[in-house]
Design a protein around this ligand. Sequence first.
Ligand SMILES: [Zn+2]
Length: 122
Amino acid sequence: MKPKNQFRHQTYFYWKHGCDIRSVSRKTKKCIIGTKMSKRKLKERLAAVTVTQNKYPEPATLSDEFCPKCGCDATRHTANMAPYPEVWIQAFCARCGFLVGMADNSPWQYALEFPEYNYELD
Ligand SMILES: [Zn+2]
């Protein structure tokens, strides 16, 4: 795709539609999040993730970051939803809205760190 077109898709998505993937055209959607990953590929990608725990307060290091439900890379972050100095930030998958990461007065947590809880953070 031409860089100029890609830029237009991105502005349309980020500025005009507040990162809401459901309200943009199919072409823009394809540009931002691409086509959906197949189940088999997603399983392989999930199996290939390695998590390295770091010393507090550093967040864990992941070899790959994506949505564990659909394999999509794009995320939508909320702003800090608690008054300073509290921290409460969440990141959602741009395609399916799955909670992929959050910080709640804690180091950043990735859903990918918790396969034993079915990747659910709450
Ligand atoms: Zn997703």
